[in-house]
Design a protein around this ligand. Structure first.
Ligand SMILES: Nc1nc2c(ncn2[C@@H]2O[C@H](COP(=O)(O)OP(=O)(O)OP(=O)(O)O)[C@@H](O)[C@H]2O)c(=O)[nH]1
Ligand SMILES: [Mg+2]
Length: 207
């Protein structure tokens, strides 16, 4: 069982020289502006105001690191926000390229998509980018509380089709109702054990 006790904010990074190094696996939380990245982190932490949640998209412009004890989460700045300047978009792209270029920066990515909508072109780009950068990732659908169960199931199928993944691989969550938190914990446990020197597997007796 994954136990999350006290979660602390570590630091913000504005550029590659400020990315942190850790013995613990770092899981990046990425997705478009307003998809619910900060809310997702708060849900996992069991705290309301750890990561800043905002109704105005595009508020998180830095990589914000949180220490969860056995692992770290990196809240990445959101993409796809139309109102940001060209220079700001270029800065974001550079920051992401630097971040994902070095595998020491992250062991896994949680790629968040809004369950209500088909993934945007930016979402598809993000997933393709993770795929081609050989970064293991999990697609997390957010805001499930905004749909009926049936509608949520249908949309997960559509999202899976657009992102070319299996719908069973998509974790359905809501930070309002805490739906999906157990599955997220399971993923995190697997990510932590994959990072251990023996891959987390135990030798059978007698071997
Ligand atoms: N109903 C519902 N609202 C949510 C959920 N998650 C986030 N929200 C709302 O969506 C808005 C954006 O949430 P954030 O967590 O700030 O989103 P973000 O992805 O961190 O946004 P940026 O930092 O701007 O990229 C806020 O008004 C949240 O209250 C959810 O699971 N259910
Ligand atoms: Mg945020």
């Amino acid at each position: 069982m994954l136990k999350i006790t006290e979660v602390t904010f570590i630091t913000s990074a504005a550029s590659a020289s400020q990315f942190i190094r850790s013995e613990k696996p770092i899981i990046a939380v990425c997705g478009k502006s307003n998809v619910g990245k900060s809310s997702f982190i708060n849900m996992l932490a069991g705290r309301k105001k750890l990561a800043r949640v905002s109704k105005d998209p595009g508020r998180t412009r830095l990589v914000n690191y949180f220490d969860f004890g056995a692992f770290m989460l990196a809240d990445l700045p959101g993409y796809g926000f139309a109102k940001v300047s060209k220079a700001e978009k270029a800065r974001w792209a550079r920051l992401m390229e630097d971040f994902f270029a070095d595998s020491a920066n992250c062991a896994h990515a949680f790629s968040l998509v809004d369950i209500r909508h088909d993934p945007t072109a930016d979402d598809v780009n993000m997933v393709n980018y993770l795929y081609s950068s050989l970064i293991p990732f999990t697609v997390i659908a957010t805001k499930a509380d905004k749909l009926s169960r049936m509608a949520a199931l249908n949309n997960v199928k559509r999202i899976a089709a657009v992102l070319k993944c299996g719908s069973a691989d998509i974790v359905v969550t809501s930070s309002e109702t805490r739906q999906g938190i157990e599955q997220v914990h399971e993923r995190i446990e697997r990510i932590i054990s994959a990072g251990l020197p023996d891959g987390g597997g135990r030798l059978a007796e007698g071997e």
